[in-house]
Design a protein around this ligand. Structure first.
Ligand SMILES: Nc1ncnc2c1ncn2[C@@H]1O[C@H](COP(=O)(O)OP(=O)(O)OP(=O)(O)O)[C@@H](O)[C@H]1O
Ligand SMILES: [Mg+2]
Length: 256
């Protein structure tokens, strides 16, 4: 074992995100129900669970998009519960949306430019257009593989390409911690492979990921640490091997 490997193996794992007793109800539905979970810094984390098990609601609570009814959210140990979304974003958390939030009548490049965090009202309205930002946007489009579409309006590109644009725009502010809600949903297999390679590369460059995905092959191949949700609460936590052999997971997914 090399010194570098030894150091990595013995380095203590730190927590990027922890929730304690996180709860959010919609009417009578407890979408997230007392969720106490931990995700690991520097890793590719996965959050899986059946449809309606509360994964997107969990993301929305963590990123400040909706207020939890109770419970706490800690980002790098700091209590960020009830922080506004822009403040959480500035703290280094980027997220993508399950349903793309691209601007349909803007070009692909313009969508990337408005994704940069604004420093002034002018930048907010017009996006940042400094040569460095435009160059970065083009580089990022190349990394997600849609640089040839930069002049197309977002409404004219395919659904899979819109997912790649959503991923690229999430990465534009260079967040150290990236939460992706179904990045491969509805995307064709060759583009899924591109997404998988990119996530692994970015992780090797130092980014931490938390990925919600129904594509089990992708999750099991990519993730170091997985949490399984059922009815808004974690029922299993561990490595892909541990998760795949857990009877509670099979029961939640397959009803066996
Ligand atoms: N804004 C809302 N108003 C009312 N109910 C909601 C709302 N958002 C989510 N729910 C309900 O909360 C529960 C959890 O939904 P959520 O979207 O978080 O699940 P999910 O795990 O992301 O599902 P999927 O895998 O299908 O994306 C579901 O019963 C859903 O119908
Ligand atoms: Mg969802």
């Amino acid at each position: 074992m090399s010194v570098a490997e030894e150091t990595r193996e013995s380095a203590p794992t730190t927590t990027v995100l922890r929730t304690e007793g996180l709860t959010k109800s919609f009417g009578g539905v407890r979408a997230v129900d007392g969720a106490t979970v931990t995700f690991l810094d520097g890793k590719i984390n996965g959050l899986i669970g059946p449809n309606g098990s509360g994964k997107t609601t969990f993301f929305n609570c963590v990123t400040g998009m909706i207020r939890p009814d109770s419970g706490k959210v800690y980002l790098h140990g700091q209590d960020v519960t009830r922080w506004a979304p822009h403040r959480i974003a500035r703290a280094g958390l980027g997220r993508s949306f399950q349903l793309c939030r691209t601007f349909p009548r803007m070009t692909v490049l313009e969508n990337m430019l408005v994704a940069v965090q604004p420093h002034s009202l002018g930048e907010y309205l017009g996006g940042s257009r400094s040569p460095q930002t435009v160059q970065r946007a083009r580089e990022m489009l190349a990394r997600v593989g849609i640089e040839h579409l930069e002049s197309s309006e977002a409404r004219d590109i395919s659904y899979g390409q819109q997912k790649l644009l959503e991923l690229g725009s999430t990465l534009m502010p260079d967040p150290p911690f990236v939460m992706l809600d179904e990045p491969a949903g509805g995307v064709n297999p060759s583009l899924i492979e591109r997404i998988a390679v990119l996530i692994r590369e970015l992780n090797e460059e130092g980014k931490t990921f938390l990925i919600v995905e129904h594509n089990m092959d992708l999750i099991m191949r990519l993730c170091d640490h997985i949490v399984v949700f059922d009815r808004g609460t974690p029922i299993a936590t561990g490595t892909p091997d541990v998760i795949q052999s857990d009877p509670r997971v099979l029961e939640a997914y397959l009803g066996v």
